[in-house]
Design a protein around this ligand. Structure first.
Ligand code: 7RM
Length: 658
């Protein structure tokens, strides 16, 4: 559980922001009463609720059983027997309607003049072409396709092409290292890799293809590599394996019938970090996921056909999968996609894009808000943000100060903020305000979405009292929940369904206030959220230990004013290795190479020994407090094998702060 201090500080928050009359009147969900009535219905009879709303999706064949599950084996099935295709739902059905010439995707490249807009019919044509390219490479239904691309239109095109032919995409964020890419390609047995020569990042060029080549130097099943030319940096093309995207697309047909998929056929795998071991391949299936992202998108972002929606996430993370691509396109929306970063060429880049495309709904992360807040009001103040009518936040709890700035400076004091809590595993948003119905509280994720039945449990599985922190669980499966860890169903059961049998364990702590609103307190496991990116302590530790001079490492979060959390590493060197400042730099570099730049430790402290229990378990609770500088409240240290270890760590931590 997080420190009592954090809990107290958010409990002081007494500001309330009810939706305005104008907003509520035109919203999909217009009042608290409507929300509550629909919510109660969805919990009393989830089958009837989801059956009714499943008609928002196009089905080739209707399902025969809406929901079935075996809590013991954790087999979850939604819409058994139902047949559909995700790319048909995102493209064909709109291209056949009045939306055919509506902008589906507006892409803003990092260079200001790189803008590409795809109508629904144009996007469909591109997707069909690439689907045919995949087919020509022998990719079939059920095959895994690795995608390692920057934020360029070819990324959603490749995703939807996979969905069209029933191949399972596994997208690897462009900021991950070749080593991480290699692990992910191997774990899911990908047959083909889609990548680019390089990518732009804050005016610099990053080599992607070269990373791909390193990843493929080891054992794998990859037969083909398709390379998008984005930057023009030189690459090596391996004869017989590597081809250019533009060459392949030149002759590809724009006609490709979508594959008829079962509701429970896999749609994608996305790797995510947990407490232990290597990242897990979170597997999502077709019917339930598509329905869940469509409905959450429509109602939480209160989407109307005339709106332009912009989610600033990278498609390499779940937020981009669900709320740049699948949710918005399933709803027939106009979705904006941005290649660059918020601070390049200047810190007003986001606000320029809002102004340029007249963005109506803007969805970003607290870390970006804090970074831009620091630059002052003059940047947003000199751009016209009046098109915005709704704001969203995701990735970590938003601190009330950032919330107020977002509300007043970006939203002009008139736009609701939806603070959306969810996870890679949940597919879509679970806890969030409904903007026309919910009274907002800065820093509070508020209420469950329809069909979501959360609990906050004590160690002994009883329900926590009002304002008592506990484990956040969800008591029953919803359509968007992951179905398994790819190839490791036992791991899925162990991680999520064993601590409290039969309920989904989120890994987060939460409390419910006197109004019944849910406040997320933070992770209760060893996951660190660095700038909203999810990093497993175990991965960073194993990267550190793989360095020749390191004997042992323990990694914990430390608070950071912009990143939210940063990585603090305690490192024990091998006997005889001197402690040098240079070595710290080398270790940081090593982690960047092994995992990726996002996992680089902020601070390293050398430690002769780490605090351990008599059974040899590292006591992270103590290390967390030391890293935070919170050494007055170290708690009970009597169970340590050698309590003097702690005193040494505390005194050397003090020296670290100059
Ligand atoms: C969407 C995403 C999931 C973890 C989750 C939380 C944290 C996400 C919020 C939040 C407080 C929020 N997927 N988290 N959103 N905490 N308020 N609105 O981030 O798989 O990468 O991370 O992120 O700890 O468990 S994720």
């Amino acid at each position: 559980m997080s420190d009592a201090k954090t809990i107290e500080s958010v409990m002081d928050e007494r500001r309330r922001f009810p939706p305005s009359k104008e907003f509520s009147e035109s919203a999909h969900i217009k009042s608290k009463e409507t929300y509550e009535e629909m919510y109660r219905g969805s919990i009393r009879d989830p089958v009837a609720f989801w059956e009714k709303w499943a008609k928002e999706i196009d089905w080739y064949t209707p399902w025969t059983k809406t929901f079935d599950w075996d809590p013991k084996e954790v087999r979850i099935e939604w819409f058994r027997g139902g047949k559909l295709n995700a790319s048909h739902n995102c493209l064909d059905r709109h291209a056949r309607s009045w939306r055919k010439n509506k902008a589906a995707l507006i892409w803003q490249g990092e260079p200001e003049n790189d803008v590409r807009t795809f109508t629904y019919q144009q996007l469909l044509a591109e997707v069909c072409k690439f689907a045919n390219v995949l087919k020509s490479k022998g990719v079939k239904k059920g095959d895994r396709v690795a995608i390692y691309l920057p934020m360029i239109p070819e990324l959603p095109i490749a995703m939807l092409a996979c969905a069209r032919i029933g191949a399972i995409h596994s997208i690897v964020f462009g900021g991950f290292s070749s080593e991480s890419l290699k692990d992910r390609i191997a774990d899911s047995g990908c047959k083909i890799l889609i990548t680019a020569d390089g990518s732009y990042r804050g005016g610099k060029l990053v080599a992607l293809k070269a990373n791909g080549d390193i990843a493929l130097a080891k054992e794998h099943y990859v037969e083909n590599v398709v390379v998008v030319k984005r930057t023009g940096i030189p690459v090596e093309m391996k004869e017989g394996r590597d081809t250019w995207w533009h060459d392949e697309m030149e002759t590809a047909s724009t006609v490709c019938e979508p594959e008829v998929m079962d509701a429970e056929d896999p749609l994608f795998i996305l790797y995510t970090s947990g407490s232990t071991g290597k990242p897990k391949g979170v597997l999502h299936t077709t019917g339930g996921y598509m329905l869940y992202v469509l409905l959450t998108f429509k109602w939480i972002f209160d989407y109307r056909d005339e709106d332009t929606f912009w989610c600033t996430a990278d498609i390499g993370w779940i937020t981009g999968h669900s709320y740049i691509v699948y949710g918005p396109l399933a709803a027939g929306a106009t979705t904006v996609m941005f290649e660059g970063i918020p601070t390049y060429p200047q810190v007003d880049r986001y606000w320029r894009i809002v102004e340029k495309f007249k963005v109506n709904i803007f969805y970003t992360a607290p870390t970006a808000i804090r970074a831009l807040m620091r630059e002052g009001e003059k940047w947003p103040g000199s751009r016209d943000l009046s098109s915005i009518r709704l704001l969203g936040s995701v990735g970590e709890a938003i601190n009330p100060e950032a919330w107020m700035w977002y509300y007043n400076v970006i939203g002009g004091g008139k736009c609701p903020i939806v603070d959306t809590w969810w996870q890679t595993e949940t597919g879509g948003i679970l806890i969030t305000p409904l903007p026309g119905a919910t009274v907002l509280k800065p820093g509070c994720a508020t209420v469950p979405f329809f069909g979501i039945d959360p609990g906050i449990l004590r160690e002994d599985a009883t329900e926590a009292d009002i304002n008592e922190g506990g484990y956040l669980v969800i008591k029953k499966p919803w359509p968007g929940i992951m179905r398994t860890v790819y190839g490791q169903h036992e791991r899925f059961k162990d991680i999520y369904w064993t601590r409290f049998p039969g309920v989904y364990l989120t890994g987060d702590g939460a409390r419910r206030d006197e109004d019944g609103d849910i406040w997320i307190v933070g992770r209760v496991d060893d996951v660190i959220k660095v700038s909203g990116h999810r990093i497993g302590a175990a991965e960073v530790e194993s990267a550190l230990v793989s360095h020749k001079d390191v004997a042992e490492a323990a990694v914990v979060p430390m608070p950071h004013p912009i990143k939210g959390e940063a990585i603090f590493a305690f490192v024990t060197l091998k006997a005889g290795v001197p402690e040098r400042e240079e070595l710290k730099k080398e270790l940081i570099q090593h982690v960047r190479q092994q995992v990726g730049p996002i996992a680089a430790p902020e601070m390293i402290q050398f430690a002769n020994a780490l605090p351990k229990t008599r059974s040899g378990k590292i006591m992270r609770r103590i290390l967390r407090r030391i890293a935070t500088g919170n050494v007055e409240e170290l708690g009970d240290t009597t169970t340590l094998a050698d309590p003097s270890v702690v005193d040494k760590l505390v005194s050397s931590r003090k020296e670290l702060v100059k």
